[in-house]
Design a binder for this molecule. Structure first.
Ligand code: EPZ
Length: 433
């Protein structure tokens, strides 16, 4: 049964919210967990669809998965009997391709269905495959499957042509048990890369330089058991920071690493919001109308592409003309048409959105085109006058745990109801008046 969010906008968000574990770190870490034959305990997992689907894929190849609770899992890779990840798994979650690097790194062979395109662009994986070949693996693609195998993986000096989070993680996985030394140049530096490297090192790997553009790996014979806690999700945190500013509220966002949020905090302060940093929390508030700005997405520590739709929504309500340049993906403005239905004045020319700030939005029925665009539409609905519905929320639930409960706990009128359930919608309308 498809659900939708129904939201009555216009209420500032007040209170505290606790951020869950980072989805994009957890996906790499769960794949890495199968590389040992001992039991690994991972906690602070976000309870979101992408994680649950990847755990199913891991169980599907025969690993033992014991879900301790919503946010913790024990994995043992000694029972793996198959190194083929079928198309069904990869269709559901692209990041199943991390199992390619993990299985190749552990068993010197792996087969994964080619991931399709995505809602935000073509998203090739040529750099992943270039890395595997550089380590001595044969990689060929036939019948929609990527087949990789190697007599032995040997370290090498690899230059990424594109700064790629996925390729950096996948090559780290394949190289951590290869013979000798591997260097990854032009590596991505996102916090989740560092988290995957730290996790691998906690299992006995020897990886240095994660978080810089040069990662040095010395292959080890075996990896062992580990207990590890995932870092907080930088993008979930950023989404709540934007929601607090957009609704002119005052929210304490807990369980964050402020350093990971610097690009977002800097931009919020630049446009007139207030951001206070604590050890593991940030407080965001705004009471005046915010100002225009220029955003250009770039790899970490630049402004994150995963925050582009949410921040564009904020700028669509700020005074003046702003521009948002999306330099990572080629099709990440699909939310603009939906936002225009709420009254936004945005024109997209190539990879630049030109935004004329408007005074307010009005509620509308909108549809989430992808994960972060969906989150942006929820932020817009929280500000819009009147009632909005957001459907296709399965996209949003891929990356946001208990999104409607976390937002309602901050004072918003927001519920998740079955789509086309007029009775539930009318009940909501009567309740919010
Ligand atoms: C990761 O995707 C994230 N997903 C994305 O978050 C995020 O937007 C992206 O990194 C950038 O930060 C996960 O971590 C699961 P890339 P990934 O490889 O690894 C090109 C979300 O909202 N490229 O860094 O696929 C690619 O086309 C998701 O949680 C190649 O050309 O991103 C893109 O233009 C959306 N060849 C650029 O590099 C390759 O082999 C960056 O992609 C790989 C990538």
């Amino acid at each position: 049964m498809e659900n939708q969010y129904i939201i009555k906008g216009g209420k500032p968000l007040f209170g505290e919210v606790t951020i869950s574990g980072a989805k994009n770190a957890a996906l790499g870490i769960l794949a890495a967990a199968i590389m040992t034959d001992e039991t690994v305990l991972i906690d602070n997992l976000p309870d979101v669809r992408d994680i649950n689907v990847l755990l199913q894929a891991i169980e599907g190849i025969g690993a033992t998965v014991d879900r301790v609770d919503r946010h913790a899992v024990k994995i043992n890779g000694s029972t793996i009997g198959d190194v083929t990840i079928d198309y069904d798994s990869i269709r559901k979650i692209r990041a199943s391709y991390y199992l390619l690097g993990a299985l190749l790194g552990k068993y010197n062979k792996a087969q994964v269905a080619l991931p399709g395109g995505c809602d935000i662009g073509s998203r090739p994986i040529d750099q992943h495959l270039k890395g595997f070949r550089a380590l001595g693996a044969t990689v060929n693609i036939e019948y929609g499957m990527i087949n990789t195998y190697a007599d032995e993986l040997t370290g090498n000096h690899i230059f990424l042509d594109v700064v790629s989070v996925g390729a950096t993680i996948n090559i780290m996985l394949a190289a951590c048990m290869a013979e000798g030394r591997t260097v990854i140049e032009n590596a991505a530096k996102e916090p989740h890369i560092v988290d995957v490297a730290n996790f691998l090192n906690s299992m006995g790997a020897n990886i240095k330089g994660a978080g810089t553009d040069k990662i040095r790996i010395r292959g080890v014979e075996k990896l062992h058991a580990s207990e590890y806690s995932i870092i907080p999700d930088q993008i979930e945190a950023g989404t709540f920071m934007v929601a607090a500013a957009a609704t002119k509220g005052n929210v304490l966002i807990k369980n964050v690493i402020p350093k990971h949020l610097e690009a977002i905090s800097g931009k919020l302060i630049e446009i007139g919001a207030r951001v206070e940093e604590f050890d593991d929390a940030v407080r965001v508030s705004a009471d005046e109308r915010l100002h225009h700005s220029q955003i250009k997405t770039s790899p970490y520590p630049g402004f994150p592409t995963d925050m582009q739709p949410q921040f564009a929504t904020l700028l669509a309500l700020s005074e003046g003309t702003s521009t948002v340049t999306e330099s990572i993906f080629e099709n990440r403005f699909k939310y603009v048409d939906e936002l225009s239905r709420m009254g936004a004045a945005i024109k997209v020319e190539g990879n630049v959105a030109i935004i004329e700030g408007v005074e307010h939005f009005t509620g509308a029925a909108v549809s989430a085109p992808d994960l972060r665009a969906g989150a942006a539409l929820v932020v817009a609905a929280l500000v819009a006058d009147g009632i909005s519905t957001v459907d296709s929320i399965h996209y949003i639930e891929r990356g946001y745990e208990s999104f409607e409960s976390k937002i309602s706990a901050l004072g918003a009128s927001m519920e998740k109801i079955p789509i086309d359930d007029e009775r539930a919608a009318n009940k909501f309308r009567l309740k919010v008046g």
